[in-house]
Design a binder for this molecule. Structure first.
Ligand code: HPA
Length: 265
């Protein structure tokens, strides 16, 4: 049985308004889902298991702000296996289920002095010039996916309204993808800033490309956990990323709730 069929068999046939992928340190939103049905990734064919600390491995289906959601608590990163296509089975399952929207969340470093740790940024566009593309090797012309408005303008507006109603300041910016897992050098950060990046991180972009390939409507939010390399007195660390993301999880939850309340059912 496919992952989508397994999800339907366990959680029911009702359509899912929004699939949400929770990033590092942001897993607590899954615990807020009402009438939850949790399915371990190990029971979902192809769903990739993450070994990174700060990530559980289950899909939680239920209700949030009156919308039916499927929340991925934990996700695999390209840097774990070197495979940018690792999330394809999960993305394809959401496409198979016909989800109305896909909301990706992540932790990221800030390249802007006016966007300190603890800020939330809605991604308006990305830079992915150096990493492997997840569509390399897939057959057919469908791989030539346009990436204009990959981050859906309508969903971005709904996120802006959701943040405003929750009285949470929302930044908007360009996310630069790096594979990691080593952090960037200060010279790389200066270069990325010159290219037009506002934030930098090690996830989300492969998922966005896969999701646009699968025809999904996408939005993404970054939890800013640190100033990027060379901008602060101390170097970035995974411990800081997890700790600051955890502290900011309530604000992120409020923005996501405001967004869901505005999402057409
Ligand atoms: N760089 C890359 N990825 C990140 C960072 C960073 O500074 N912070 C959180 N994820």
């Amino acid at each position: 049985m496919s992952a989508a069929a397994t999800i339907r068999a366990i959680a029911g046939e009702a359509p899912i308004d929004c699939a949400i992928v929770l990033g590092t340190g942001l897993g607590s939103l899954a615990d807020a889902v009402e009438a939850p049905v949790a399915i371990a990734y190990s029971d979902l064919p192809g769903f990739p298991l993450s070994g990174v600390t700060g990530h559980a491995g289950r899909l939680v289906i239920g209700t949030l702000e009156g919308r039916r959601v499927a929340v991925m608590q934990g996700r695999v990163h390209t840097y774990e296996h070197g495979d940018p296509r690792a999330m394809k089975p999960a993305i394809d399952a959401f496409a198979g289920l016909g989800v109305g929207a896909l909301l990706l969340t992540n932790s990221a470093g800030s390249l802007r002095a006016d966007m300190p740790p603890g800020s939330i940024m809605v991604i308006e566009d990305h830079i992915s010039l150096f990493g492997p593309n997840p569509l390399v090797g897939l057959p057919g012309d469908a791989s030539f996916v346009p990436m204009n408005d990959a981050y859906d303008p309508g969903l971005r507006t709904a996120i802006a309204h959701g943040a405003a109603s929750a009285r949470i300041a929302l930044h908007e910016g360009v996310y630069a993808w790096v594979t990691g897992p080593s952090f960037e050098t200060p010279a790389e950060i200066r270069a990325l800033r010159g290219l037009g990046a506002d934030a930098v991180g090690m996830s989300t972009v492969p998922e966005v490309i896969l999701a646009r390939h699968a025809g999904l409507t996408v939005a993404a939010l970054s939890m800013i956990t640190n100033y990027a390399a060379g901008m602060a007195a101390h170097a970035p660390s995974h411990a800081e990323t997890k700790a600051v993301a955890h502290q900011g999880a309530a604000a992120m939850e409020a923005v996501i709730r405001g967004f869901l309340a505005r999402l057409a059912a």
